[in-house]
Design a protein around this ligand. Structure first.
Ligand code: CAA
Ligand code: FAD
Length: 381
């Protein structure tokens, strides 16, 4: 077993790290406070290949694989979780279209995403009444001549107000999970109404909106995959997406750990740096150990996906463990900072708010446990 990074993986990690540290981190606090969606930064990310890390170069991607993608996400999330979630969803959309799209769809939409022309991508699955259970969705798509006509609404759509390309799911009439299809929708399509920006606890510079479709017509050729295959496409995309969110969780936890160590070396109490107290050292030791466990779970899931092996179970394990780990880490980071952890002079209060959603989106911790149990039971069938 070789845990060394390849040249490509090192290059992507270093590129993402340099960009994250020099261009993103210095602005993250302001983005958060002023709820700025950094459109120009996303175009720069695209120019570095980071909006299509696992996309073939013929469609403008970096063709660098899933471990590279995970490493890049960790770097971005350590600087700014909001920036990293837009990057995650954009990569997920690009991959989904690349994997299941027609050649014409790839040429048109994947390249639009990887080049930065689309700015970002959106993944519109959840609805007001259907989050953990997307099969309960109510949005419909009806075929009329050479068009599909969509009606309904989506909820919590990351980057929804800015996305040039989105994948949208709707009921098309078949039985059970076969009743759902996926569609490619361009931002600005007539009949697409963008709702108000949600006022969130964290990820405040990530754009989260509802989307309403009122007799929204899209060309028949924008069906993604086969009619009735939409639910499976969503599940396959989410398997990969969960590696992205696990990586995000590792990135935020690493930033919290590093900030805590710096603070513990500097802050004095009872005549010595607080980092000399065993009580704090044990907290930091636990944070470091759990972080490494989460990183290894995440790399393993990414490696399996790179190898073309099944990785559903491992992706859910990584997402479950890393998101719960990052919440423990940010909580300890605030504790280690004492009162200063509770104000915005130090970044840990932002990490605390940003980490919270990680056990909720891309499948709650409970959903991850359902998937892990299902897949683990299968192993003994
Ligand atoms: N890969 C391929 N196919 C899969 C699959 C997978 N990982 N998981 C399920 N399927 C297939 C099944 O084989 C089954 O196929 P058949 O009908 O042919 O037998 C079909 O899909 C239905 O499967 P289930 O009966 O297991 O489906 P379910 O309705 O019980 O749901 C679930 C299972 C895991 C709970 C699923 O609904 C789920 O993942 N829910 C969470 C949704 C979610 O994560 N949403 C995230 C939205 S995006 C987001 O959040 C972005 C962001 O924050 C930034
Ligand atoms: P519910 O499904 O109503 O769940 C409520 C509670 O019940 C949870 O604790 C859940 O775990 C539990 N529960 C539900 N079913 C079960 C069960 N079978 N067993 C045990 N417990 C269960 N969605 C998108 O499609 N695209 C996006 O870009 C996107 N971005 C998001 C960004 C943010 C900031 C947020 C907050 C959400 C985003 N989502 C997005 C939606 C997200 O995926 C859902 O919020 C999530 O899947 C949970 O769905 P829900 O909120 O409807 O909760």
């Amino acid at each position: 077993m070789n845990l060394e990074l390849t040249e490509t993986q090192t290059l992507i990690r270093d590129t993402a790290r340099k960009f994250a540290r020099e261009r993103v981190a210095p602005q993250a606090r302001r983005f958060d406070k002023e709820e700025i969606f950094p459109t120009e930064l996303f175009k720069e990310l695209a120019s570095l290949g980071l909006m299509g890390v696992n996309i073939p170069s013929q469609y403008g991607g970096a063709e660098a694989g899933v471990v590279s993608y995970s490493l890049a996400m960790m770097e971005m999330a350590a600087a700014c979780a909001s920036t990293s979630v837009a990057m995650a969803v954009t990569n997920m959309c690009a991959e989904l279209i690349q994997k299941f799209g027609t050649e014409a769809q790839r040429q048109k939409y994947v390249t639009r995403i990887t080049s930065g022309e689309a700015v970002v991508g959106s993944f519109a699955l959840s609805e007001p009444h259907a989050g953990s259970d997307p099969r309960a969705m109510r949005t419909t798509a009806v075929r009329r001549g050479d068009k599909w006509v969509l009606n309904g609404s989506k909820q919590w759509i990351t980057s929804g107000a800015y996305a040039g390309v989105m994948v949208v799911w709707a009921l098309t009439g078949g039985q059970g999970s076969k009743g759902i299809s996926a569609f490619i929708v361009e931002g600005g399509t007539k009949g697409l109404i963008v709702g108000k920006h949600e006022d969130k606890m964290g990820l405040r510079s990530s754009n989260t909106v509802s989307l309403t479709f009122e007799d929204m017509e899209i060309p028949a050729e924008n069906l993604l995959g086969k009619e009735g295959d939409g639910f499976k496409l969503a599940m396959i995309a989410l398997d990969g997406g969960r590696i992205g969110i696990a990586s995000q969780a590792c990135g935020v936890a690493r930033a919290a750990l590093e900030a805590s160590i710096r603070y513990a070396k500097d802050r004095k109490a009872f005549g010595q740096p607080i980092g000399e107290f065993q009580g704090l050292r044990f907290m930091l030791a636990n944070m470091a150990t759990e972080l490494q466990a989460a990183e290894l779970l995440t790399y393993r899931a990414a490696f399996l996906k790179d190898e073309g092996q099944p990785f559903t179970r491992e992706a859910s394990m990584a997402k479950l463990y890393a998101s719960e780990m990052s919440n423990r880490a940010v909580d300890k980071a605030v504790q280690i900072h004492g009162g200063y952890g509770y104000i915005d002079e130090f970044p840990v209060e932002r990490y605390f708010r940003d980490a919270r959603v990680q056990t909720i989106y891309e499948g709650t911790s409970e959903v991850q446990r359902l998937v892990i149990a299902r897949e683990t039971f299968k192993l003994l069938d």
